[in-house]
Structure formats: C-alpha cells, structure tokens
Write a protein that binds this ligand. Structure first.
Ligand SMILES: *Cc1c(COP(=O)(O)O)cnc(C)c1O
Length: 396
C-alpha cells in the first residue's frame, strides 16, 4: 500500500498480499526478515527517548520486531481487527489472554469441545491461581446462561469444534457474555480469517494457532490474538514482559502463508466436501461429521457464520477400534500424525491419541467413539486421498 490508513477499504485477497509491508531504504519487493534481537541508536538521547516511549521505535525483539509487526498488521486487517499481537504458539496466545484479563477469584466458562491442551491450561495451570473453571456443552445455550456468575470474566469456545465439527452460535454466546460484562474469546484456528471473522459476529478476542492453516505447510509454531486496541494493549503488555513472543523468522513464514491462505482454504474446503460426500455413501462408514453435509446439525449455522466448511472431516467406521486402525494402517501416503491444517493430509484416531487421556465416560460424553477417525484433508488430488482411505475401508 503506497499510503497508510486506507487498508480497510480493500477486499480480503488484497489485504492478504498487500497489508503491512513497510519497505526499507533498500527498496526490497518481498517482505524482509529482521533477524535481530535488538536495535541500535544514533546517540544516547535517541536511546533515552525510545526507552521512555516518548518516541516510538524498536528496542528489543521481545517487545517489537519489524517482521513480526508486518505479520500482525496483515492478520489484523484480514480479521477486521484494530490490532493483532503475535505469540510463540497458539497456547502462548491463550496463556497471554489469561494472564492479561484473569485474576484470583474470577470465573471462566469453557466449552467442553476444545483443543486438549486448552483443557489442561485451564484446569491444571490457570486454576492454580484461584480462577474457577466450568466446562459446558458448546450448543447448550441454557447451560452457558446457568453457569454465569457475577465473577464470570471470560467465555471460551472453539468453532467448528474438534473432532466433531460442532458449530457454536457465536452471536448468542456474545450476547450472554456481554449481558454480564464478560468477554467472549473464540479460537478461530480451524476457519482462519479466510472462512470466519468472529469479531464481526460479536466476539471480543480471537486467538489463533498459526501453526495450523496460517502456515499451512507444517513448518513453524506460532500464534496470535486479535481484537480492539484497548484489549490488545493488555495482551501486548503480557507478551513483551513475560516473553511468549513470536520469532521474526516464524513471522516471515506466516506472513507469506497469509498471502495464499484464502486460496488454500478454498481448496481444503473443496477436497473435504468431496471426501465427506464419498464417505457418507460408503457401506462401512456409520456416520460422517462435516458441516458441509446438509444433515449435519451445524450445517445451517455454519452456512450463516462461515464462508466455507473447513478442511477437517471426521467419521465413524464399522468395527470400532479395530476397524479404525485398519483404515489408518492401510493408508500409503496420508500421514499418521496428530497435526492438522497442512497441505499434506493427516489421519488420527482421537480415542487413543488426542483424546486418549479421557475416561471412558468422558469419551462417551464428548462423542469420541472407538470407530472415530479424523482426517485433516490436504491438497493432494482428491481421487488419490479417497483411494488411500478406501484401501482400509474395503477390508472392514
Ligand atoms: C493446535 C491448536 C492449538 C494450540 O496451538 P499451538 O500452536 O500448538 O500451541 C489451539 N487451538 C486449536 C484449535 C488447535 O488446533
């Protein structure tokens, strides 16, 4: 962008490619990586002015770094946010939000259907600081209302959820939160700004694991929080002081990832839709969880809230654990790994990996059956992906 301040007038694809690059005196065309931990000054007076905050400028890369700042500006623009703060990982993003806004005596309500480490972050670590946590069903709005207390500060959700692709009613949850002066925080790692912009639906803060689709090629760990200037100033204070800052190299990887994000997400959605429809017809598949299928309980809401149904397809095969493992072990190229959001398709058996620590009762409550398989549908040719899964499915 030749001039600043008019970035929000552009469409998403333009913002993704053009926002945030402040060209240096070298006139470089691609975004530069500033691999430097600190910055130098012409003289003592300039150093003093920058340290005091009288003059803005870089001091140390735990606080600010030009490449990280480019990533933050670009992500904020794509999310329709006033500001973004980058972090070392998705978990670092949520930790920073908790450190910024929670104190002893506060209460948090969290959806049951969230990423496993997030449950541990709340139950094992945030709870240590005398913050009370209640877990409720994502789609039971009465349960959310009933769980509210005067000291409730934060509602936390992930939508679509993992692995069953439940879709939250984000505007309704925002209303419940705001009626009690609490904030709604949404984990948007699965949709990314390319498919969903939770701030526009009423959320106060959005968090990302950039490790997933924002990188999209399985290379780097990172995270981010987006929202208003007021709230993000608090998050920035935590990151610069406590240190879960993003590395400039990783910021550069994510910055370039944002440029192709919408195209990749569109292709992930197309492959996932085709796979879900094929699985739905397969005689050895009992149930498919993908919001792009009209019979999925979240289909209608996803159509309203999202600009696509995403790249994660889960399904239950006949034969329980044995059937599921047969499908997984007969793949030739789909990677057996818990990671997701990559151009490479990945396959997981949630009951014995991501959700393996849950008790049998908790698994049942969360809908994690033994025959359940989760596929993060990559960008290989869909006919090859289908053949790779059919090899094991045919043997059940
Ligand atoms: C991976 C993931 C996280 C954690 O992010 P990291 O970058 O691994 O720290 C949080 N939420 C969701 C939905 C994720 O998939």
């Amino acid at each position: 962008m030749h001039s600043q301040n008019d970035e929000l007038e552009y469409q998403l694809d333009t913002l993704a490619i053009r926002t945030g690059h402040t060209r240096s005196f070298e006139g470089e065309h691609a975004e530069p990586i500033f691999l430097t931990s600190s910055f130098v000054y012409e003289n003592a007076a300039e150093a003093a002015a920058k340290f005091s905050g009288e003059v803005s400028g870089n001091i140390y890369s735990r606080f600010t770094n030009p490449t990280v700042a480019m990533f933050e500006k670009r992500l904020a623009a794509m999310d329709g946010a006033e500001r973004a703060v980058a972090t070392s990982s998705g978990m670092g993003a949520l930790l920073s939000v908790c450190m910024a806004f929670l104190k002893a005596g506060d209460h948090v309500i969290c959806s049951r259907a969230v990423f496993g480490s997030i449950v541990a972050l709340f139950e094992k670590y945030v709870a240590k600081f005398a913050v009370d946590i209640t877990f409720v069903d994502l789609n039971d709005l009465d349960a959310w209302k009933n769980a509210m207390r005067p000291e409730t500060k934060m509602l936390f959700i992930e939508s679509p959820s993992n692995p069953l692709a439940e879709i939250a009613d984000i505007p309704a949850l925002a209303e419940i939160a705001h009626a009690h002066n609490a904030m709604l925080v949404v984990d948007n790692s699965f949709c990314t700004p390319a498919l969903q912009q939770p701030l526009k639906l009423g959320a106060d803060l959005v968090m990302y694991s950039a490790t997933k689709y924002i990188d999209g090629q399985g290379r780097a760990l990172g995270g981010a929080v987006t929202g208003s200037h007021k709230l993000l100033e608090e998050v920035f204070g935590v990151v610069r002081t406590l240190g879960p800052s993003m590395s400039p190299f990783n910021a550069w990887v994510f910055l370039k990832g944002l440029e192709t994000l919408r195209l990749r997400m569109k292709a992930h959605c197309e492959n996932a839709q085709q796979l879900a429809e094929w699985l739905d017809q397969h005689k050895n598949v009992e149930k498919v969880y993908y919001a792009g299928l009209p019979q999925h309980i979240g289909h209608e809401r996803a159509t309203k809230q999202q600009q696509g149904f995403g790249g994660i397809v889960s399904f239950v095969v006949k034969g329980g654990r044995e059937g599921a493992w047969k499908v997984i072990d007969n793949t030739q190229f789909i990677s057996i790994t818990g990671n997701l959001g990559d151009v490479k398709s990945t396959i997981t058996h949630p009951a014995t990996t991501t959700h393996g620590k849950l008790s049998p009762e908790a698994k049942q409550a969360a809908g994690i059956q033994e025959g359940l398989i989760r596929v993060s549908v990559g960008l290989e040719d869909i006919s090859d992906i289908i053949r790779d899964l059919d090899r094991g499915l045919a043997l059940i």
